[in-house]
Design a protein around this ligand. Structure first.
Ligand SMILES: NC(=O)c1ccc[n+]([C@@H]2O[C@H](COP(=O)([O-])OP(=O)(O)OC[C@H]3O[C@@H](n4cnc5c(N)ncnc54)[C@H](OP(=O)(O)O)[C@@H]3O)[C@@H](O)[C@H]2O)c1
Length: 272
């Protein structure tokens, strides 16, 4: 009997993680999804196998990966989706708030990869898709720490891909633009509000909320994750959606002045 490939997706309670787990199940993968609150388990299809995970906690990561290996014997595909947003100007953001964002968006991915890689090496292969963002290659005013965490994730993933290729393991970065999920409602706001930033901050945050509300469907990002995980020769970067592809090309080929002006306009910042 052919064994189904085993996928593990972090953060399936909503948004892109939920859409990705649903699509992988649909395509015949044995799929494990993680939740922080297991009391929500009844909201999900019984064929999705749920495991508790908080990516900020060492022990939680270890026992989540062990639980999947105990039940399925292997992990072929890992989708590091769990993430959180932090908004506010960089001057308003405390070191603790910045550190907390990195704990989830950067160190959370590092922990998951370190926990899963030994079993992938042992079986001679695997695929990891890390959910980055267009803010992994562009600036994000008033989301500067979130942006920095995704830039860090890009450098990490690109380096890791070179190190693990010898074991038949490949890493891909998925770079969505604005996507219609709960990320805006779930975002933390920097606690030290400074009057000097109040007007601009409000304009930018309003523009971000509007862009998320009218953004791409999370299912479209899930399709790109599936493409990256199943491609015979996976690429390192997958901008997800029309907007993200356009921005990725702009970043590579447009004069930096043009990109700078366009970005300020998009976020409602004064033309410089
Ligand atoms: N939406 C966008 O516009 C957009 C654009 C580019 C990239 N992204 C990226 O896409 C990914 C998914 O975000 P989303 O838009 O789908 O947002 P979302 O609806 O808020 O989902 C985030 C998921 O991550 C989980 N999570 C958060 N902190 C966690 C932790 N410490 N441990 C384990 N799970 C945790 C959440 O679980 P709980 O329910 O327990 O909080 C939730 O399942 C993130 O990496 C985000 O940066 C989103």
């Amino acid at each position: 009997m052919i064994q189904k490939k085993v996928a593990l997706v972090t953060g399936v309670s909503s948004g892109i993680g939920r859409a990705t787990a649903t699509l992988l199940l649909d395509r015949g993968f044995r799929t494990f999804g993680t939740l922080r609150e297991m009391n929500r388990a009844s909201e999900f299809s019984t064929s999705l196998e749920l495991v508790r995970l908080d990516v900020r906690e060492e022990e939680s990561v270890r026992s989540c990966v062990q639980a999947v290996l105990d039940q399925a014997g292997r992990i072929d595909l890992l989708v590091n989706n769990a993430g959180c947003a932090l908004v506010g100007s960089l001057e308003e953001t405390s070191i603790e708030e910045a550190r907390a964002t990195f704990e989830t968006n950067f160190f959370g991915v590092l922990r998951m990869c370190q926990a899963v890689l030994p079993s992938m090496r042992k079986k001679g292969g695997g695929r990891i898709a890390n959910i980055s963002s267009v803010l992994g290659f562009l600036p994000g005013p008033y989301q500067g720490i979130y942006t920095a965490s995704k830039h860090a994730l890009e450098g990490y993933s690109e380096s890791l891909d070179h190190e693990v290729r010898q074991f038949g393991i490949r890493i891909s970065l998925i770079e969505p633009g604005f996507t219609r999920t709960s990320i805006g409602q779930n975002a933390r706001v920097a606690s030290e509000a400074l009057e000097a930033y109040a007007n601009e901050r409000k304009r930018v945050l309003d523009a971000i909320q509007k862009s998320i509300a009218t953004g791409a469907d999370p299912g479209a990002v899930a399709s790109v994750v599936l493409e990256a995980l199943t491609s015979r020769s996976p690429r390192l970067r997958y901008p997800a959606g029309r907007e993200a592809k356009f921005l990725s090309r702009l970043r590579k080929f447009a004069p930096s002045r043009l990109l700078d002006n366009g970005l300020r306009k998009q976020f409602g910042l004064q033309a410089a």
